[in-house]
Design a protein around this ligand. Structure first.
Ligand SMILES: Nc1nc2c(ncn2[C@@H]2O[C@H](COP(=O)(O)OP(=O)(O)OP(=O)(O)O)[C@@H](O)[C@H]2O)c(=O)[nH]1
Length: 412
C-alpha cells in the first residue's frame, strides 16, 4: 500500500475547489446574497470614505488657493457640486441601501466630472491636477468605496472617456501633457481595477468557503442527530435502549430536582417482564420470540403520550416505562391497563404455567414514593417486579411511600 492510501480523506470540498468564472458571478441565490453582504460592507465604510474624499478636496482647494488665490472664484462652484454629491450619496444611501453601489458610482462621478470640467475651462498653473483628482475618484471606487467590478469598470471607463473627450475637444493642455495625463489615468485605472478584480475574487472565494462550511456544519449536525438517535434505539423493538434510558431518566430527574421549566414534578418507573418467556422461546423458537417481544413492546409505545414519557428495553425481555409528571396512583392505573392490553393481545403461550396467552408482570415505583435517583427508582421497581412474579405473575406490584411492597389484585 502506498503512502497516499493511508492519508486521511481530504475530499471535502472547500472554496478553492469550486470553479469561479472570469466574470466572478456566483451560482443561484449566492450572487444576490453576496451582493447584499457587499452592499452592507460598503454602507458601513461610506461615512469614512466620504470624509476622506472631502478631506482630499479640502486640501486640494487650500493648495490651489496658495498657488493662485484668484482661481478660487472660478473653482468653488464645481467643487461645491462635488461636495454636495458626496454628502447627498451619504444621506440617500442610508435610506436606500439597495442602491448603494449605484450611489457610490454616482459619488465618484460627482467628484470626477466637475474636476474634468475644471481642468478644461480654468486657466490655473495646476490645471492638470484637476484630471488627477478625477483619477482619484476612479481610485476611490476600488479602495474607499469597494464597489464590485461590475460597477467599477463601466464607471471607470466613463470617467476615462470623459477625460479623453474633454482633453481632445477643448485642448486645455498641449498634446504631450494631455498624453501624459491620459496615460497616468489609464495606467492607474488599470492597476486599480486589477487590484479590485483580485480582491473581489478572493472575497468571493472566501464567501463560497463560508457557505460550504455552513453547509458541512448543518450536514454534520444532522448526521450527529441521526447517529445519536440510532445509538440510543433498540433495533428489534424500536424502543429506547439501555444507554438512552440512563441518560433520559437522569435528565428528567435532574430537571425535577432543580425545578427546571417544563420538568415534571414527579416521575414513575414501571419495569415489566414477559412471563415464562424462556418457555415461549423453547416452544415457538427464538424468531417467534422476537416477534412476540415486538408485539409486547408496541403496547406501552402506543400508550405513552407526554413528551416526558418513554419506553425502553432494559435488557432481554425486560422493559421500562418512564412516566413523567405521573404519581404512583396514576402509574398503577397505567400499569394495570397495560397488563390487561397485553393479555388481550391473545398471543398463544402453550409453555406458560399461569395462562394460555402471553402475559407480563409489572413492578412500579415512583418519586412520590420517596426514591429520588435513577438507581433507587429502578431498584424499587425491580423489587416490585420480583414481588409480582412471586405473587403469581400477570399482575402489578408496587413500592408504596412507606417502602412496603404491595401486589395489586386483578379485577376479575
Ligand atoms: N427471542 C428472544 N428471546 C430473548 C431475547 N432476549 C432475551 N431472551 C430470552 O428471554 C428469556 C428470559 O428467561 P428468564 O429470565 O428465565 O425469564 P422467564 O422465562 O420469562 O421467566 P419469568 O420471568 O420468571 O416469568 C431467556 O430464555 C432469553 O433467551 C431476545 O431478544 N429475543
Amino acid at each position: 500500500m502506498n503512502s497516499t492510501d493511508s492519508s486521511p480523506n481530504t475530499s471535502l470540498p472547500d472554496g478553492r475547489d469550486l470553479p469561479l468564472p472570469w466574470h466572478l458571478t456566483l451560482p443561484g441565490d449566492l450572487e444576490p446574497r453576496l451582493r447584499g453582504q457587499l452592499r452592507a460592507d460598503a454602507l458601513r465604510q461610506l461615512p469614512w470614505a466620504s470624509a476622506l474624499m472631502l478631506l482630499v478636496m479640502g486640501t486640494a482647494t487650500l493648495v490651489e488657493y496658495w498657488v493662485d488665490s484668484s482661481a478660487l472664484a472660478e473653482l468653488w462652484r464645481p467643487r461645491l457640486v462635488a461636495v454636495l454629491g458626496i454628502v447627498g450619496v451619504l444621506m440617500v444611501a442610508q435610506r436606500m441601501p439597495r442602491l448603494t453601489h449605484l450611489l457610490l458610482c454616482a459619488a465618484a462621478l460627482c467628484v470626477a466630472l466637475p474636476h474634468i470640467y475644471l481642468g478644461t475651462v480654468i486657466d490655473h498653473p495646476l490645471a492638470q491636477t484637476y484630471f488627477y483628482l478625477a483619477f482619484l475618484a476612479i481610485l476611490s471606487l476600488s479602495t474607499l468605496y469597494r464597489v464590485p467590478m461590475s460597477w467599477a469598470l463601466p464607471t471607470t471607463l466613463l470617467i476615462l472617456a470623459a477625460s479623453a473627450g474633454a482633453l481632445w475637444q477643448f485642448q486645455p493642455l498641449d498634446a504631450r501633457a494631455s498624453a501624459v495625463v491620459l496615460a497616468v489615468m489609464a495606467c492607474g485605472s488599470l492597476m486599480s481595477l486589477t487590484g479590485l478584480y483580485v480582491m473581489e475574487r478572493l472575497q468571493r472565494r472566501f464567501f463560497l468557503s463560508e457557505q460550504l462550511l455552513f453547509l458541512h456544519r448543518s450536514e454534520l449536525h444532522e448526521a450527529n442527530q441521526t447517529l445519536a438517535s440510532e445509538a440510543s434505539e433498540d433495533s428489534l423493538t424500536g424502543t429506547i435502549n439501555r444507554r438512552g434510558l440512563d441518560s433520559r431518566l437522569a435528565k428528567l430527574l435532574h430537571g425535577m430536582q432543580y425545578q427546571s421549566r417544563g420538568a415534571p414534578d414527579s416521575i414513575s418507573v414501571l419495569i415489566f417482564d414477559i412471563d415464562y418467556f424462556k418457555q415461549y422461546n423453547d416452544t415457538y423458537g427464538h424468531q417467534q420470540g422476537d416477534e412476540c417481544l415486538k408485539a409486547i413492546a408496541s403496547v406501552p409505545k402506543t400508550m405513552v403520550q407526554r413528551s416526558t414519557d418513554f419506553v425502553a428495553r432494559y435488557g432481554g425481555e425486560e422493559f421500562v416505562v418512564v412516566l413523567g409528571g405521573t404519581r404512583l396512583a396514576d402509574a398503577l392505573v397505567f400499569a394495570e391497563r397495560m397488563r390487561a392490553r397485553v393479555e388481550q393481545l391473545g398471543i398463544p403461550h402453550l409453555g406458560s404455567r399461569s395462562n394460555s396467552v402471553v402475559t407480563i408482570s409489572i413492578g412500579v415505583a415512583s418519586t412520590s414514593g420517596g426514591a429520588h435517583d435513577a438507581d433507587k427508582l429502578i431498584q424499587q421497581a425491580d423489587a416490585a417486579l420480583y414481588e409480582a412474579k412471586a405473587g403469581g405473575r400477570n399482575c402489578v406490584a408496587s413500592v408504596n411511600s412507606d417502602g412496603a411492597l404491595r401486589v395489586l389484585r386483578r379485577s376479575a
